[in-house]
Structure formats: C-alpha cells, structure tokens
Design a protein around this ligand. Structure first.
Ligand SMILES: Nc1ncnc2c1ncn2[C@@H]1O[C@H](COP(=O)(O)OP(=O)(O)OP(=O)(O)O)[C@@H](O)[C@H]1O
Ligand SMILES: [Mg+2]
Length: 224
C-alpha cells in the first residue's frame, strides 16, 4: 500500500490545524474508506489523543470502528511512521501551535503540507515567511520528501467574499500556492461535531459549501 504523509500545519496558533487534521482523518476513514492513522505531536497538550478518549467515553462501550490515534514525540515519530508505513493510506500528523526548532524536524517526514489561513492582515506576512522557509529548506532540496505546500482559507465566510478574494490575489502575487477550495466558518466544525469517531453528518453540511470539494482537492493533491 502506498502511504502518504500529510499534515495541516503552520506556524500560527489557533488557525484550525487540529480541527482540520481531525476532520481529514474522520472523513478519509469513514467517507472515503481510506486506512488512516492520526499522530498527535502536540506534547504535552495532546488534544487529539484526549479528544479520542472523550469521544470513546461518550460513545460508551459500544463497539466502534475507529482509526488509531497515536501520541508521538520527535523521538518516537520515526518508529511510529515505520510501524504504519505501507499498511495505511494516510499518516496524518498534528503538530503543536508553536513549531519550535525541534518540532520542525518532524516536518522532514511530511509529503504534503496544508496551511490553514484565516483572514487577517498580520497572517499574510507570517505565513509568507513560513512558506518561504519551507520552500528554501524542504521543497528546493534534491533529497526532498516534501512534495507540496498548499495554503487554504479556513473559517471562510461568504459575507466577506471580496476581502477573501483580495487576499487570494495578494498571496498569488507573492507566489504562494492557494487551494481552490475553502473550509467554511461553521459551528459544526467546532467541538460538538468535530469527532474522532464519526464524521460530520452529511445532513448538517450546506451542500456545495460543505467539505466534499475540499476533501476532493486534498485527495487530488496527495496523489502526487
Ligand atoms: N472552520 C471552522 N469553523 C468554525 N470554527 C473553527 C473552524 N476551524 C477552527 N475552528 C475553531 O477555532 C479554534 C481553534 O482551532 P484549533 O484548535 O483546531 O486550532 P489549532 O491551529 O490547532 O490551534 P493550536 O495552535 O493551539 O494547536 C477551535 O475552537 C475550533 O473549534
Ligand atoms: Mg492544535
């Protein structure tokens, strides 16, 4: 089995990395039938790992089909990747909000990076710096593992479509690769529905504005 290592990550705190990594994992596993493992490197917070425990407690003793969630540190990441490489379709890694120097080493394993981007002037600069650092250190490297870096709007709001379009143009001019699809600002992506055991019910999604197109773009990018 060909394994892809992907991550929603970035150098900004609170932009939706963990939310999107959980959403990616549950959707790839339940809706697309992919074999998935989610690795939580957010030591000592371990919010994904704890979330899985809460989700299991909520569901009670009922048997449930679930993808594994593993806690990892920079020292255990490599053996964990080796454990799953070749037997899952996707290894998804959740990094901490602050990508310190040690943690950046974890990025060496990632093949496709997805950077959530929220509408904020200050973010443009910091994300541009982060993107250029990735490019210089990982993408423009002959022995590279990293195949793509993709920015996307998270918490997208239709009422701010003009602002988002203006930012999209600015980012494109700066040479940063923006995804076509966006993730909407929606309460269903918050704690209540964000779950490591069950995907968001399709009935809760707003049709065309739901996650489907975003998921499909992620799958298309990850093929490379
Ligand atoms: N598309 C969305 N719609 C609504 N709420 C969202 C969305 N994306 C993220 N959030 C909310 O934003 C908050 C921060 O999200 P999250 O914890 O996923 O960010 P993070 O980047 O992992 O943060 P940290 O840097 O602390 O690890 C959470 O309360 C989450 O529910
Ligand atoms: Mg997080």
């Amino acid at each position: 089995m060909e394994t892809k290592i992907i991550s929603c990550t970035g150098e900004k705190g609170g932009c939706g990395k963990t939310t999107l990594n959980i959403i990616l994992a549950t959707n790839l596993f339940h809706l697309y039938g992919k074999k998935v493992v989610l690795m939580d490197m957010d030591n000592p917070q371990y919010s994904v790992y704890k979330k899985r425990k809460r989700d299991l407690a909520q569901i009670g003793k009922m048997e449930t089909d679930a993808f594994p969630v593993e806690r990892a540190t920079i020292h255990t990441l490599e053996p964990l990747i080796k454990k799953y490489y070749g037997i899952v379709d996707f290894i998804i890694i959740d990094f901490p909000g602050n990508l310190n120097e040690e943690m950046v080493r974890g990025l060496l394993y990632v093949e496709h990076i997805f950077i959530p981007f929220f509408l904020d002037e200050l973010e443009i600069d910091s994300t541009a710096v982060f993107y250029k650092t990735l490019r210089k250190n990982f993408l423009d490297n002959d022995n590279r593992v990293l195949r793509s870096v993709n920015l996307f709007f998270n918490r997208y709001e239709l009422v701010k479509v003009n602002k988002f379009n203006a930012v999209r143009k600015t980012l494109a001019r700066a040479g940063m690769p923006m995804m076509r699809q966006v993730v909407m600002e929606r309460t269903i992506y918050r704690e209540k529905y964000r779950n490591t055991l069950v995907p968001i019910p399709l009935s809760k999604e707003n049709g065309e504005q739901g996650l489907k197109r975003f998921m499909e773009e992620v799958l298309e990018i990850s093929k490379n």
